[in-house]
Structure formats: C-alpha cells, structure tokens
Write a protein that binds this ligand. Sequence first.
Ligand code: FE
Ligand code: FE
Ligand code: ZN
Length: 287
Amino acid sequence: MFLIGSHVGMSGKEMFLGSVKEALSYDANTFMVYTGAPQNTRRKDLSELKIPEAKALMKESGIEQFIVHAPYIINLGNAVNPSTYELAVSFLEKEITRSAGMGSRILVLHPGSHVGEGAQIGIKKIVEGLNQILSADTPVYIALETMAGKGSEIGSRFEELAEIYDKTVHSEKLRVCMDTCHMHDAGYDVTHDFDGILTAFDKLLGISQIAAVHLNDSKNPQGAHKDRHANLGDGCIGFEALSYVAHHPALETVPKILETPYLPSPEDPKKKVPPYKEEIQRLREKV
Ligand code: FE
Ligand code: FE
Ligand code: ZN
C-alpha cells in the first residue's frame, strides 16, 4: 500500500480525534502530529486528547500508523546553556510517553544545533542526551531527521547521523526520518540521483533505518542550507523527482508525510488553505 499523508493539527475540543478527521479529509492513510504547539512545551494531559475515539476512527478507516514530531525548540546539542539541554532531556522523556500513549511507534526529532561550539561538541552532547533518555524499554523509536544544515544544525550529513548511532548505547531505538527538502538543501541530489542517495545512506546507516519520509519541495537551489519548503512541483526539486521518492519500492512500508506550505484560498486570497488533498491526489496519480 502507498502510505501517504501530511502533517495535521491537534487542537480545540476534538484534539487527536480532530487530527485523524483532518487526515481523512485529505484522503490520507497516515499522518504526522505535534503533541502541542511545535514552538513551546505546553502540553495537555493524555486524558484530554480523545485518544480512544481517535484510535477507533483510525481502526474503522484503515489508518494503521502515524508519527509524532517533537517540538523544534528541543535542542539536545546545546553544550553552552545547561538549562536548554536539561529542558530538552526532560521534555523528550515526556514526549516519548505521550507518543506511546497515543499509539505511535515513531517520534521524529531534529538532532540538535551546536550553537557555535562545533559539530563534534554538539554531537557529543546529543549522544549524552540520548544515552540519558533511551533504555532497552523505551516504547518508541526516536527518528533523527536529516537536516538542511542551516545555522549550526547537526544532521545535514549522513555521516553525522551515523556517528550519533555509533556512540548511542541503545542505538536499536534510533531510526531516521529523511526530509527531501532538507537533503536537497544539504547538498544531496534528490532531483537526479535519489538512488545514489539511498546507496550512500545504506552504506552508512542501512536502508532499514528509514522510518519516515518528509516529502517537500524546496524554494532554494541544491546545497543552499536554507530549509524553506515549497509545494510539490513549485520548487527546485520538482514533482517528478518527489513522486519517484514517494513511490520508491525500497520505501513502500515507510510513511510519506507532506509538510508543504498552505496556499492562498481561491475564494479569499487572504485566507490560507492546506494543499494536502490535492498534493496527495497528484502523488497517487503520479501527474
Ligand atoms: Fe522536522
Ligand atoms: Fe521535515
Ligand atoms: Zn524543514
């Protein structure tokens, strides 16, 4: 089955049930949620998320898996400010519990930024954090996202992710989330050579480690290190290449998640509407 969905919201009265309904409104069969606002750490209790109702609707409509994204303010790589790092560790522990409670096996995490100390110090700090958090009993996988390399982000090269794997004691709890916009911005040739990317990834980490794909076009040329997502076909990667990634046989069981920007509404250009229903349809039809 072609696993395709998008990032969806979780708010209001319906919370997680609303997330599932939103995914279904796009004809998606998987999706991704943040457990609250991605830019802060305020979170509702699991009991308020309408989890049983959401799970019942997923079962009824054949959605078997979804993924959770940790908030991007979490920075395990900060070796300068102990309170940032401590917050990252304690919050990530809670996100693991929340993700498992909601029924997700995958928690996507931006590895972190070294904030000027250099990649080696950043990687050391990230590994320290993962070693503090992960145990043999951790109920979800932490999927490290491939990053665009803007600012001092770690994880724009597969080598850096491989180094994190090598030094993490419970690396069996790690996975990778490949973001096509980020890989392109990091310098990988998603447009012409996705198979070459997979070969390079396989040598360093193993294709079986890919647990999710973020399917986005990029507003900037290859290697720009900018991280600005574009709608499929409106960016520098192009629809054909993104459709090739989406339908790649090596990634058949991996959820593909759109994080493309909202578009101005045709009725009211001041209003923004999600592009996901149309993008999912285009991907299914490959046109
Ligand atoms: Fe992300
Ligand atoms: Fe992403
Ligand atoms: Zn991004």
